[in-house]
Design a protein around this ligand. Structure first.
Ligand code: SF4
Length: 312
């Protein structure tokens, strides 16, 4: 069912796609907080093997990386494409060009299609999925988000998205304001995750090859010096959702050039910090999901200037 509220391109006439609710007329060139227009502004469309095993599958997921963002974390690991003061790398494509590129990667064996940081381009995501459906392409769709999403927008995507892949970054408003300019992030993101679980339940549906077909996986990136925040994220998930929720704990934080001079953010997570977070997971009885190795920070440093940003 096509949403009337977030359909493309009408929804961009007075944009309330995300919690910023700027009401910018993106169709007439007005730009809101995300500084994103009404077209298809793309950082990369590529095969990616480095997601959780059920998502990457045997052949990798076809990921569509959009440029700009409605959250704007100062430490963003994809800073080359996400910054609203002008991404370094951006391709302006037509809908046809986007779907052709996706189809060519699906032909190479990808069975899933991921939309990365899509909260500010929900009408465009709808348009891409519906254009693919018209071509009888129905990959498993994955909505890979920081979770600064409106519940209404998630409802509008309910029939189009099969896998919700949200982060839960902060349970601390001050931290959310300081690092991402969004003091309401804990309230917004927890409501978003509740809605995702309401739609899909807690169990992951896998095919015979172990590839995800439907479900919710929550990611959490541990930040240096923020162990208490990480513990509170895990406590929320275990106590307010369920200890059975599938979680992907990530250790890949590395200081980008934008935070290299900032105390606290200019280093990676220490083994002691990571162990403390892992201990909390154990205490809470959270056993479903994946825990990244601490040395993954050395291999996760994408370069979007390359045609394959995740191959080194
Ligand atoms: S998507 Fe962009 S323009 Fe629309 S409400 Fe969010 S930040 Fe504002």
């Amino acid at each position: 069912m096509k949403s009337e509220v977030f359909s493309y391109p009408e929804a961009l006439r007075s944009c309330v796609c995300c919690p910023r609710e700027c009401r910018a007329n993106r169709l007439s060139g007005e730009l809101g907080y995300c500084r994103t227009g009404a077209g298809f502004q793309i950082g990369s469309i590529c095969l990616h093997q480095g997601e959780e095993p059920v998502i990457s599958g045997e052949n990798g997921i076809c990921n569509v990386f959009f440029t700009h963002c409605n959250l704007h974390c100062c430490y963003c690991q994809n800073h080359q494409i996400s910054r609203n003061d002008g991404p370094q790398i951006e391709y302006i494509l037509t809908l046809d060009e986007v779907t052709q590129r996706i189809e060519s990667l699906l032909d190479q064996g990808a069975s899933a299609l991921g939309f990365v940081s899509p909260s500010h381009v929900i009408p465009q995501v709808q348009a891409i999925i519906m254009a693919l459906q018209e071509k009888r392409q129905t990959p498993v769709t994955v909505y890979n988000t920081h979770a600064y999403d409106r519940v209404d927008s998630l409802k509008s995507l309910a029939s189009l998205i099969r896998v919700w892949l949200p982060d839960l970054k902060y349970m601390d408003s001050g931290l959310a304001q300081g690092l991402s300019g969004a003091p309401d992030y804990p309230r917004i993101a927890t409501a978003a995750i509740r809605e995702m679980v309401r739609q899909k339940g807690l169990d992951l549906k896998l095919n015979t090859r172990g590839e995800i077909q439907e479900g919710v996986i929550v990611r959490h990136l541990v930040l240096p010096g923020q162990v208490e925040n990480s513990k509170n994220v895990l406590r929320f998930l275990a106590r307010e959702i369920s200890p059975d929720i599938t979680i992907s704990l990530m250790a890949q934080y590395y200081p980008t050039p934008h935070v290299a001079g900032l105390d606290g953010l200019n280093r990676s997570v220490t083994p002691a910090e990571y162990d403390e977070v892992l201990d909390e997971m154990d205490c809470l009885g959270m056993e479903n999901g994946w825990v990244q190795d601490l040395d993954s920070k050395d291999t996760y440093q994408p370069d979007f200037a390359e045609s394959h940003p995740f191959e080194f």
